[in-house]
Design a protein around this ligand. Structure first.
Ligand SMILES: C[S@@+](CC[C@H](N)C(=O)[O-])C[C@H]1O[C@@H](n2cnc3c(N)ncnc32)[C@H](O)[C@@H]1O
Length: 284
C-alpha cells in the first residue's frame, strides 16, 4: 500500500487549478434540468484540516489557496472557487479545505449521483466518516467503493442518464498511474464518448508525465482543453512538483475563456519568485 496522503498537499497550487476547474465542470452540467453522475476515481479523504499538523508540515496551502483568500481582484472562476471554500469556513479564517468529493457533494443537485473510489483503507474510512458526519448517508445518491478506481470506473460507464463528469486524479506515486490513467480514459471513451473527463497530472521531471500529456492530446475526441500552471523552474535535484496540468475532454464551451482569464492571474500570483507560467491549448 502506498503512503500518499492528500492532507499534506491540500489547497496547494495544484488543488487550486484542479478544484477551480472542477467547480466549473459541475456548475455547467447543473445548468440543465437533466440529472448527471459525478465519478471520482481517486477521491481522497474529502475534507482537510489546514490547521492540522500534516498540512502545516509542508505548508503547501500557503503557496496556493491562501494567496487568493483575501485577494480583491480575482477572475470570476477563482472568485467562485474561493466563495465555495469560504462557505466551508463560516468563521472567517481558512482552516477547512474541501477535496473533490466534497465539492461535488455540495454542488450536485438532488437528482444527481456520486460514485467515489478510494483505495487507501484509512482514507476511505475518513471519507466515509466525513460524509456520515455531514449527514451524507443517502445510498441512492452516493456510493463509496474502497477499491481500485481505475478498475471500477469502466463498470459504471456509461452512467444511466448519459451525462457525467469523470475526475481521474491519481497520486502518481506509482509510475504505472500514468499509463493506467490513459487506459482509463480510452476505455471510458469507448463506453461513454460524450462524457466530460478531467485528468489531473503533475509536472515533475519524469518522462512518463510528459508522455501522458502528449498522448492525451493525440486522443481522437471531439474537443479537449489542456491547461497547465507552472509555479517554479524544475529543481536542480530533479525531484519535486513544479506545476501541474488538467486535461479536459468534452469541456463546457465556456471554460476556455474562463481559463484564458484565470491562468495568467494564477501564474502571477502563485508563481515563486516570478517564475510562474501557464499554457492553454485546445482542439475542437
Ligand atoms: C491526489 S489524491 C486525491 C485527491 C482528491 N481527488 C481531491 O481532489 O481532493 C489521490 C488518492 O488516490 C488514492 N489512490 C491511489 N491509488 C488508487 C487507486 N488505484 N484507486 C483508487 N484510489 C487510489 C490515494 O490513496 C489518494 O487518496
Amino acid at each position: 500500500m502506498f503512503s500518499y496522503r492528500h492532507a499534506f498537499h491540500a489547497g496547494n497550487h495544484a488543488d487550486v487549478l484542479k478544484h477551480s476547474i472542477l467547480i466549473q465542470l459541475l456548475q455547467y452540467l447543473r445548468r440543465k434540468e437533466t440529472p448527471f453522475w459525478y465519478l471520482d476515481t481517486h477521491a481522497g479523504a474529502g475534507t482537510y484540516d489546514l490547521s492540522g499538523a500534516w498540512a502545516n508540515k509542508t505548508g503547501e496551502f500557503a503557496g496556493g489557496i491562501e494567496r487568493l483568500w483575501d485577494a480583491p481582484d480575482l477572475p470570476p472562476m477563482l472568485a467562485e472557487y474561493i466563495a465555495v471554500v469560504k462557505g466551508m469556513n463560516p468563521e472567517g479564517p481558512l482552516t477547512r479545505y474541501p477535496g473533490s468529493p466534497w465539492l461535488a457533494f455540495d454542488l450536485l443537485g438532488p437528482r444527481d449521483k456520486l460514485r467515489l473510489f478510494e483505495m487507501h483503507p484509512t482514507e476511505a474510512g475518513v471519507l466515509a466518516e466525513n460524509l456520515r458526519r455531514r449527514g451524507r448517508t443517502d445510498a441512492r445518491k452516493f456510493m463509496l467503493y474502497a477499491t481500485d478506481g481505475f478498475v471500477g470506473l469502466k463498470a459504471l460507464l456509461p452512467p444511466p442518464p448519459r451525462r457525467g463528469v469523470i475526475l481521474i486524479d491519481p497520486s502518481y506515486e506509482d509510475k504505472n498511474d500514468y499509463r493506467r490513467a490513459l487506459i482509463a480514459v480510452r476505455e471510458g471513451l469507448e463506453r461513454f464518448s460524450t462524457g466530460c473527463y478531467a485528468v489531473w497530472y503533475p509536472q515533475v521531471q519524469r518522462r512518463e508525465a510528459q508522455l501522458l500529456a502528449e498522448k492525451l492530446e493525440r486522443l481522437q475526441v471531439k474537443s479537449w482543453l489542456h491547461a497547465t500552471l507552472t509555479v517554479a523552474a524544475p529543481s536542480a535535484s530533479g525531484v519535486g512538483l513544479h506545476g501541474s496540468g488538467m486535461f479536459i475532454i468534452n469541456p463546457p464551451y465556456t471554460l476556455r475563456d474562463q481559463l484564458a482569464r484565470t491562468l495568467p492571474y494564477l501564474a502571477k500570483t502563485l508563481g515563486i519568485d516570478g517564475a510562474g507560467t501557464y499554457a492553454l491549448r485546445h482542439a475542437g
